[in-house]
Design a binder for this molecule. Sequence first.
Ligand code: ATP
Length: 369
Amino acid sequence: MKVVLQNLTKKFPGRSKNDKEVTAVNDFNFEIPDGRLIGLLGPSGCGKSTTLHLLSGLQKPTSGRIFFGEDDVTGLPAEKRGVGVVFQNYALYPHLTVKQNILFPLQNLKGADKLSRSEMLEKAYEAAKLVQIDELMDRKPSELSGGQQQRVAIARALVKRPRVLLLDEPLSNLDARLRLQTREEIRRIQKETQITTIFVTHDQEEAMSISDMIVVMKLGVIQQIGKPQEVYDDPVNLFVAKFLGTPPINVFDGKVRDGKLYIGDEAVLDIRDVPDQEVYVGIRPEGFVLCETGSLCCKLGGVEVMGRDISVVSTNQSSVGPTIRSIISAESKVDTGKAEVRFNVKPNKVFIFNRETEERICFRCSSAM
Ligand code: ATP
């Protein structure tokens, strides 16, 4: 089921004179193709949950429209939209068994949709099998792990075969290992069912790893939409560049002078097509190459071995953050006895941004220095 958001806006009025109106969702326009998993991503307060509530029908938009396929569902109540919703806190009924929890949405079906007991059980077991909890059907939620409870919540959302599945931070309450496992499970289930799924998270790694497409948001405004790798490789502004990637991008004060990009007094790249100006320079951690004659000189802080790679921690006066993190192959030798470390930079891992607007400035590169 294709989902279309058209000029979708949600404003919340201020509660008092000093409390300003908030535009939680500001003129959203995008289309989610049928059968895809899309990640809504952004820091706290950027409007992720509000977008989900508008899609589910829990809240009404101030303006704009929502379409599921060709159906305009903007005015439809939640129960008529055919959406399945999974929340962070599972929201299972504690006094009911797993089976009863999953059966619950089917028991409320009316009229032509009403099912016989055996039809309901068949559907409940089918959903439970899909999320691999069919052997736990007689337990109560308190007798399950967090990951198992979240699977029950997903089964309950899937049992009516929703047109659209909405997941609101579904992994937040799980520990690191379970998060990883459950996010892979969600991807598998989504691929098997082919239900168009919208997944909300503030965790960029989570969104990047399972989404076909991500929507990066800030203060109710969409910053960029695209495939995760494309957005990572081609961020439109400093916010997006900083939001995606672990360790995060390293940001420096820099300038362009006569076709050269400088960090402090050190020219790091020959660049074309950019007039002289002050800029922010962003360099991805994997964009540094250790080189004794490298153009960028940093004070060596330490080296962390991470198995396949090494993380070199260093400092530089022009760095905006307190430290610079560069990821290099474990085969490279870092002389930890030295006070300084020198790098060259990989042109495709370097971005420059306008100092005022923080929009990306595209450049062509002649050569690394
Ligand atoms: P989080 O990751 O913290 O859950 P979020 O990205 O989901 O954040 P929303 O919950 O959608 O953000 O909130 C977006 C903005 O709208 C915030 O500034 C929030 O304070 C405001 N907001 C949300 N719900 C209401 C409401 N019912 N009344 C007034 N303001 C609201």
